[in-house]
Design a protein around this ligand. Structure first.
Ligand code: DAH
Length: 314
């Protein structure tokens, strides 16, 4: 038995030296230390049938050899893991930290676009460097009209010089005239873009965003306007919010309204933030006949429009 043990020890160590892969290592383990037919395991099992004297001699020797082979197996295993295959590959790209999120204005523009898309409004884009004709003239605000002053406009060429001045869009309403001019009816558009005004203080920036809606079809009434505004307010702010139409004046709509929404803190009861329960959202109204005329919309068609601030709703 002694000779057999020594033979196993020698061949196991020699074979282990030749092992180059994890699969070969496992084969080696089965052959020598495997629980069922491993050669070393067989030796350990047969110790039980030896005489007491033989046991005294062989017991410690066999144990020692078993320990030696176990240790050799462990060290070969970690050697293989750290060279190829397992372990840490420092050349792999690392797990990147979270990337943050899109800008709040971008997110809001996407939300607004989705909400209006569901009721058939298509997002359109129009120039932000624009002719006076589209930003004012076609919206029933002729040259020199005092109503223009409310828009604090950046004119690129002098306002009154040619009657064809160029400017930075102070609102998105230019999109109304440009859509009507295309001559395709009905119109269901949502124009979202940057607006520029000569205003800079704690509540105003010189560049901000608006979204402008225009719906023109046969027999469009204030009921449609109210329904769409209510649908948007509930989709964007939540089903518990109510809106109201407050009479106002814009040159390009008749009648005109400011749309208010119940306060999100007190739901219309009145609180420190809203005072009377309502918060202003933006302008709206039935498209003025002069604007329909400027846009060459045929008789029998009517429509409503609205223009709200993206930052404001956000
Ligand atoms: N253009 C207006 C503004 O900048 C907002 C507005 C009001 C747009 C009424 C509209 C409208 O289309 O019907 O304050």
């Amino acid at each position: 038995m002694k000779a057999k043990l020594e033979k196993i020890q020698a061949s196991a160590l020699a074979d282990l030296h030749k092992v180059k892969t994890a699969a070969a290592l496992e084969e080696w383990h089965v052959q020598y230390l495997g629980r069922k037919q491993g050669q070393m395991t067989e030796i350990m099992k047969s110790l039980g049938s030896l005489s007491i004297e033989e046991k005294r001699e062989m017991g410690p020797k066999a144990n020692e050899t078993k320990k030696q082979l176990d240790a050799a197996y462990d060290s070969k295993k970690s050697e293989l893991e750290s060279s190829a295959g397992g372990g840490i590959d420092v050349t792999l790209p690392p797990t990147m930290p979270p990337q943050g999120h899109v800008h709040l204005v971008t997110q809001t523009i996407r939300d607004i676009t989705d909400i209006f898309k569901r009721i058939g409004f298509t997002r359109v884009r129009h120039p932000e460097v624009e002719w006076d004709q589209y930003a004012f003239e076609g919206l029933n605000m002729p040259q020199g009209h005092p109503a223009r002053d409310d828009w604090e406009t950046f004119f690129i060429t002098p306002e009154e010089a040619t009657g064809k001045s160029m400017l930075l869009t102070p609102h998105t309403s230019n999109g109304q005239v440009r859509e009507m001019e295309k001559g395709q009816l009905p119109i269901r558009m949502i124009n979202i873009s940057k607006c520029y005004r000569r205003q800079a203080d704690v509540t105003h920036t010189q560049m901000f965003h608006q979204f402008e809606g225009l719906y023109i079809d046969e027999n469009v009434s204030i009921q449609h306007l109210k329904g769409v505004m209510d649908y948007f307010a509930k989709s964007f702010f939540g089903p518990k919010r109510e809106i109201r139409l407050r009479p106002f004046h814009f040159k390009f709509t008749e009648p005109s309204f400011e749309i208010d929404i119940t306060c999100g803190l007190c739901y219309g009861k009145g609180c420190k933030f809203c005072k009377e329960g309502w918060v202003e959202l933006g302008g709206s109204g039935m498209v003025h006949p002069n604007v329909l005329k400027a846009g060459k919309v045929p008789a029998g068609y009517s429509g409503f429009a609205f223009g709200w601030g993206v930052e404001r709703v956000a």
